[in-house]
Design a protein around this ligand. Structure first.
Ligand SMILES: Cc1cc2nc3c(=O)[nH]c(=O)nc-3n(C[C@H](O)[C@H](O)[C@H](O)COP(=O)(O)OP(=O)(O)OC[C@H]3O[C@@H](n4cnc5c(N)ncnc54)[C@H](O)[C@@H]3O)c2cc1C
Length: 444
């Protein structure tokens, strides 16, 4: 399916899931007072937004390929907040419809459906509070993640229980069918994400071939699919990805195993799959000491940060530190494919030791139209290359060697400051936003 069609299909599905139940209720419900109608509509919109917010981060590869993980997570956050606002609006409408309904908040005496509603409301407020305050509360990523997943699951289950307890909605045959489809879709995605992909899917099984040191703080993890040789799994399915995409890695096949996202740094045209990793924390340090033969589970490929974007006349790749990994995949793939288009890469690093893959880039320069500009933020004595921040003059200099600069696409990956600097420069140079692609190594 083409990228455009994939996007349109996903937009149609998500749009229908969000507005469908409320519109169908409007079309089929018996005449009721205004506040009662509004209470049902706001409740249905809240349920739809919740289900979509829960489905979006469920590792659906075609969704992540169509929109990119950052956009998917942005919509997930947006829908989560909208759902919380709708839940509050729903409560207000319920009380406005009949002020005695305040008694429903008296949990010990309230009916089950009202208890479920109160529980869902408290859980969604806690969930949003924890997400907003994560950094301020200094919650570890794993602690925050499990709190987020548990509260999210609780909100959806309690909300569904609340709706099912409301006779007037589920007695309507059309609504019964629509809500069953909505919840069945949610359960299907949960089973796919947490049972099939996490515990059973044989195509996620890889093993370590070697761990190669690239610098004192960076190593490359070389993996192969469990069925060695042709890059095919035991079930015959080929492991394919587009250069620049990423995958989640796990060292355990359990539900609670830690999993972290890393970009695939190798070309899709070789049997090995390589991830180049900076050892910052527990998980990344554990990767460095994996002996050959160790199992690793790879959930991917994901993401839309890729040079496989149809027609474009050439590429400007702007990488900060270990943000060079997607660019290496793109360059290695281009070399394997005999791509003659111009590739201009700007690598920004703190010090000379942080400049990765210099030797390999030297080889690639001999076989393709590639120029690499290195910029150091903290230059060592004797460094006669570029220094400081990325600016308009540096990018203009890089573009001078390209015959058709208007026909280039720009890929930026690195720390937030580098991405912001690069976006500012491209804005000054009036590069159309559609030609600019970014990836931050932190989407949470
Ligand atoms: C799309 C993407 C591609 C990436 N590609 C690379 C790469 O090629 N090479 C590389 O060295 N790093 C890459 N990263 C960063 C890498 O995922 C983190 O450095 C790593 O997860 C940190 O784990 P840790 O245990 O070492 O450190 P921790 O101290 O556990 O985590 C440090 C920070 O990393 C982030 N993080 C941790 N776990 C996750 C998770 N499961 N999901 C999302 N973010 C998390 C959190 O912001 C956390 O605060 C990528 C990140 C993303 C989002």
């Amino acid at each position: 399916m083409s990228e455009g069609l994939q996007r349109t299909t996903w937009l149609a599905v998500l749009g229908a899931a969000i507005v469908g139940p409320a519109l169908l209720w409007l079309a089929t419900a018996p005449a009721e007072p205004l506040w009662t109608r509004l209470s049902v509509i706001s409740g249905l919109f809240a349920l739809s937004a919740l289900v979509c917010a829960a489905v979006l981060p469920s590792r659906l590869r075609s969704l992540n390929r169509a929109f990119g993980i950052e956009s998917v997570m942005e919509v997930h956050r947006f829908l989560g907040i909208i759902a919380a606002v709708l839940v509050l609006a729903h409560l207000a409408c319920v009380v406005a419809a009949d002020p005695t309904n305040v008694a429903l908040l008296d949990v010990p005496r309230a009916p089950g459906r009202a208890v479920a509603a109160v529980g869902a409301t408290v859980a969604i407020m806690l969930l949003i509070g924890a997400a907003i305050l994560r950094r301020r509360l200094r919650l570890s990523y794993e602690a925050w993640r499990w709190t987020h997943i548990s509260l999210g699951g609780l909100v959806v289950i309690l909300s569904a229980a609340h709706v099912w307890g409301l006779d007037n909605v589920v007695r309507n045959a059309v609504m019964n069918l629509v809500l069953t489809i909505l919840i069945a879709t949610f359960l299907g995605v949960v089973v796919y994400r947490w049972i099939w992909r996490a515990l059973l899917d044989p195509s996620t099984e890889f093993f370590v071939q070697e761990v190669r040191a690239e610098s004192p703080t960076v190593s490359t993890l070389v993996l192969a699919p469990k069925a060695v040789g042709s890059g095919r799994h035991s079930d015959g399915e080929a492991w394919t990805f587009a250069p620049g995409q990423f995958a989640w890695l796990r060292l355990d096949r359990t539900l609670t195993a830690e999993e972290h996202p890393f970009t695939i740094a190798s070309s899709p045209h070789i049997d090995r799959t390589e991830f180049t990793v900076r050892h910052d924390g527990d998980f990344t340090r554990a990767l460095r000491s994996l002996p050959p033969g160790s199992p690793v589970w790879v959930d991917g490929p994901h993401g839309a940060f890729t040079s496989d974007i149809g027609r474009c006349g050439g590429f400007v790749l702007i990488a900060g530190g270990v943000g060079i990994t997607p660019m290496m995949s793109m360059l290695r793939a281009a070399a394997d494919r005999g791509d003659r288009r111009p590739y201009r890469m700007i690598v920004v690093a703190r010090s000379p030791e942080d400049l990765l893959f210099r030797e390999e880039l030297g080889f690639l320069r001999q076989s393709m139209d590639l120029a690499v500009t290195e910029v150091l933020r903290r230059p060592a004595d004797g460094w006669d290359g570029h220094t400081g921040d990325l600016g308009v003059s540096l990018l203009s200099l890089v573009l001078r060697s390209v015959a058709h600069p208007d026909d280039l696409d720009y890929f930026i990956c690195g720390a937030p400051r580098l991405v912001e600097d690069a976006l500012d420069v491209l804005d000054v140079l009036e590069v159309p936003p559609a030609r600019v692609h970014t990836e931050l190594f932190d989407f949470v």
